[in-house]
Ligand binder design. Structure first.
Ligand SMILES: [Zn+2]
Ligand SMILES: [Zn+2]
Length: 370
């Protein structure tokens, strides 16, 4: 009887501590808002660009997603997004392609996620096939079929869920560096301990679950040593759209304002993605608008105009060459190769230390150029 009582009290005390611990963590979390207004952004010493943010890799009811395109667009518009990119399973998925257009004031774009012999491949920006074409199951063949229709292909979640089996040929436009879908499934204990937070502050809970993408970053640098490749943060959203949409954004940079004509706007976004004129960010941790990384008069320039503590890291051919807590970097090029930038949050952040808050796309100098 006594033991039972002690046991009961211990369990109760442990539960009380857990509630306090979780409550403290939730209460402490605050997303960093961008300190600069749009007008101040226009005055930054960077090439004038128009910035639009959106979420890439979303499943709707046209494959294994839980909501209709219309509902998803409504949720995305509510989250303040400028565009979304659907990637329903198919080869391609004609129903999602036909669902593209303006919806709730939002640019709804679509590609398709193909199941190939090597893994999952997301095809984007291709013209709708005239006949009822099916892309090949052979990844190397499919990537050429997609290119023949003016599109490009991205390797989806190469190190999780359906893993990618790497071949010698790499004709893909890029790879996903982080994807949201597998975060919840990979660490059941961590997921379970933050599960109540998912109901109270879903953005916070998801941020706590992001793994440092070491393996994907290493592979990316290895690929970059041989040919151009882009890096993407991917939502791979099937459900919980409202919780996932604020987390991973692609910030697309256009040199002209976005067109009001759907076909033109679609081209603008897909062309910018294909060129690598975008960066990925964990926007639920902090508003990343205003980041820039470019080449100017023989120097690498980066600007991270944020008032909260952050650190810019510059990587040359897979090796870190510069690290600063300043808001700006001007770095004379130290030789030919591939340069890219990462930005980390450095105080009061739910992100694990190895999780980049911002990931730039590479700048190629002297060797390969697209
Ligand atoms: Zn997939
Ligand atoms: Zn997917």
């Amino acid at each position: 009887m006594r033991i039972k009582k002690i046991l009961g009290r211990t369990v109760l005390a442990a539960f009380g501590l857990y509630v306090l611990w979780l409550g403290w963590q939730i209460a402490r979390f605050k997303r960093y808002e961008s300190p600069i207004s749009t007008t101040a952004q226009a005055a930054l010493p960077v090439p004038p660009l128009y910035e639009f943010s959106g979420v890439y890799h979303i499943h709707s009811r046209y494959s294994d997603g839980w909501k209709t395109v219309d509902k998803i667009a409504e949720t995305a518009a509510g989250a303040g997004l400028d565009f979304i990119i659907l990637a329903d399973h198919g080869k391609p998925n004609y129903a999602t392609l036909d669902a593209q257009g303006w919806n709730h004031g939002l640019l709804v774009l679509a590609g398709s996620e193909l199941s190939t012999n090597r893994g999952h491949l997301v095809a984007l920006g291709f013209d709708r096939p005239k006949d009822s074409t099916a892309f090949s199951r052979d990844a190397e063949v499919a990537v050429r079929e997609i290119a023949a229709l003016g599109g490009f292909a991205i390797i989806a979640h190469p190190y999780s869920k359906v893993r990618w089996s790497w071949g010698d040929l790499f004709e893909y436009a890029g790879i996903e560096i982080i994807d949201a879908d597998t975060m919840l499934k990979r660490h059941p204990v961590r997921t379970l301990s933050y599960l109540p937070a998912l109901l109270i502050k879903p953005g916070f809970a998801l941020l706590k679950m992001i793994d440092p993408p070491e393996q994907a970053l290493r592979k990316w640098d290895q690929l970059l040593s041989r040919r151009p490749a882009l890096g993407f943060f991917s939502a791979d959203a099937h459900l919980l759209y409202g919780a996932i949409f604020p987390v991973f954004h692609l910030h697309v940079l256009l040199d002209k304002p976005r067109s009001a004509d759907f076909e033109t706007a679609r081209r603008q976004v897909f062309d910018a993605l294909r060129r690598g004129s975008f960066y990925s960010a964990v926007d639920a941790a902090a508003d990343a608008r205003g980041f820039r990384f470019w080449l100017e008069a023989g120097s690498l320039r980066a600007i991270a105009p944020f008032s909260f503590a952050h650190e810019i890291v510059i990587i040359h051919d897979g090796k870190m060459i510069h690290q600063t807590r300043d808001n700006e970097v001007t770095l004379p090029l130290s030789g030919p190769g591939v340069y890219r930038a990462e930005v980390y949050l450095r105080e009061r952040t739910p992100l694990a230390p190895g999780v980049p808050w911002i990931l730039s796309n590479p700048i190629y100098f002297g060797r390969e150029n697209r």
